[in-house]
Design a protein around this ligand. Structure first.
Ligand SMILES: [Zn+2]
Length: 491
């Protein structure tokens, strides 16, 4: 089993864009957590007054097959996480991605609930909210994006969400988090039962007391939550976010469900909410849980990433360091490298998550146009987008391999923060007398010195303390030619 738990994992696989799923089926078992719900309802009067925002740690595990196929795009995962935080904002609750995205490439786990699949319970990180993003299997349905697309496991206390419904549009993840915090469906009891207008409405359905419209039995019926009106699972199949079916309760009084409740099944609603009592249950559940402590970055990230190099079709070697200005509030960046300017998902070369404002690319094709763009975010705030893209073209005639006797040239650290020396490492097949020159990007000579590189690995030091922030070119001039390497000083 290979687990990559890193902000620097590279996705080498492109995925087709998924069709947007406008509804989902929830696989959380009914009656999952009635005991915990009752305990939470009982604890509500004893809850301490809250102020400020509660930040809760999430371990978001992105599952893929052994070869990396099937992985959700980080974009969709960021959009889905953004939506989750927007949905819980009114409750004073925000989630943060503890340790960034966690990647598990293991076919044995990939198809959640699939025949022979391993239970992701063994992958959980304790005392965090574990969310597994992958494909959820449903018996009897063909293909992906059908059947059950999410569930909360009360036995193992994790949430699974199908990547089909992990985006900025779906409330599925917030619904499943509602289950995580012990909330039942507003239509509890009617999960596998259709309301039948031609029959008298029963007092019990599947052993659960049916809720009256006048709230007279609300604390012992259906979801036991009194400020959510009766709902007999009217949402699934309802054409829009408005119930007009004229159903009546067991006493014959008309029922009017809360279509926009997160714990219902109405889709295509302009927005959703938790009721006040549901919010109290969620807070009681949080108070009863233990979470790892943390101090996540929580700033809003408003600015787009301004790309600094290479841009405007600049010619670069096939090994190149992308740089951009640090974005206020951002701690992490999603970098996309694409073959075409429209950034079509079909032409993604790689998407990489990094926590610095630069990225080293190696082994690019030569004489090839590339386009790249950057999406900033932090652990808590992911409601961001890519900034404008930039392009460059690789051309190895600018690299060092053209000089006879020089086998490789490496500059590190690059970028440099300007407080330490930069090392120029040259591997040669013979003794080479060279002039080392440092230019600024206007071509002005800043510094020069002679250095003899011996017929093995060799290092020359370049002082950077007096250099202003910016890009520089190191030139190594020998009798056989000149090699250039670009370095960056960031302060
Ligand atoms: Zn549900």
């Amino acid at each position: 089993m290979k687990i990559i738990n890193s902000l620097l994992a590279i996705c080498l696989f492109t995925l087709p864009a998924f069709a947007q799923v406008t509804h989902f089926e929830c696989g959380t078992p009914p009656s999952a957590d009635t005991e915990r719900l009752m305990a939470n309802l009982e604890a509500i009067p004893t809850l301490e007054a809250r102020s400020g925002v509660q930040y809760l740690p999430v371990t978001m595990t992105l599952l893929a097959n052994d070869d990396g196929s099937g992985l959700i795009t980080e974009d969709a995962a960021l959009d889905g996480f953004c939506r989750l935080n927007q949905d819980f904002e009114d409750l004073g609750i925000q989630f943060y991605l503890r340790d960034g995205f966690r990647y598990v490439y293991d076919t044995d786990f990939y198809l959640i609930n699939g025949p022979g699949s391993n239970n992701p319970n063994s992958l959980k990180i304790p005392n965090t909210i574990n969310i597994f993003v992958s494909e959820v299997f449903t018996q009897g349905t063909a293909g992906s994006c059908s059947g059950i697309l999410g569930f909360y496991s009360p036995a193992n206390d994790y949430v699974a969400i199908d990547k089909c419904t992990m985006d900025g549009e779906s409330f599925a993840l917030s619904h499943e988090l509602g289950h995580f915090f012990s909330l039942p469906h507003t239509f509890f009891g009617w999960e596998n039962e259709n309301y039948n207008a031609s029959q008298p409405t029963p007092e019990f359905v599947n052993g659960v007391r049916v809720e009256y419209a006048d709230e007279s039995n609300c604390s012992i019926a259906a979801d036991r939550i009194c400020d959510t009106p009766p709902d007999y699972n009217f949402g699934l199949g309802a054409p829009g976010c408005n119930y007009t079916g004229n159903a009546v309760d067991p006493a014959g009084n008309p029922v009017d469900p809360d279509e926009m409740n997160f714990m219902g099944y109405f889709f295509n609603c302009p927005s959703h909410h938790f009721s006040s009592d549901q919010g109290d249950v969620i807070h009681a559940d949080i108070a009863d849980r233990t979470f790892v402590s943390g101090s996540p970055a929580t700033a809003t990230v408003d600015d787009a990433a301004n790309l600094t190099y290479p841009i405007g079709g600049e010619i670069t070697p096939s090994n190149v360091t992308l740089t951009w200005d640090a974005v206020p509030g951002a701690t992490t960046y999603l970098v996309e490298l694409n073959r075409i300017a429209s950034f079509s998902p079909s032409f993604v070369v790689q998407r990489t998550v990094t926590n610095t404002n630069s990225l080293v690319l190696t082994g690019l094709l030569t004489n090839t146009n590339y386009h790249w763009r950057v999406r900033p975010f932090n652990e808590t705030y992911t409601c961001t987008d890519y900034g404008a893209g930039a392009s460059f073209k690789t051309d190895d005639s600018v690299s060092v391999e053209q000089i006879e006797g020089v086998e490789s040239l490496n500059v590190y650290p690059n970028p440099s923060n300007g407080t330490e020396e930069v090392f120029l490492e040259v591997t040669t097949s013979e003794i080479i007398e060279a002039e080392v020159k440092l230019y600024d990007t206007q071509g002005k000579l800043i510094r020069e010195f002679n250095h003899q590189f011996n017929s093995s690995s060799n290092v020359a030091k370049i002082e950077t303390a007096t250099l202003a922030q910016g890009a520089y070119i190191i030139a190594i001039q020998t009798e056989n030619g000149t090699a250039h390497q670009r370095i960056f000083i960031t302060r």
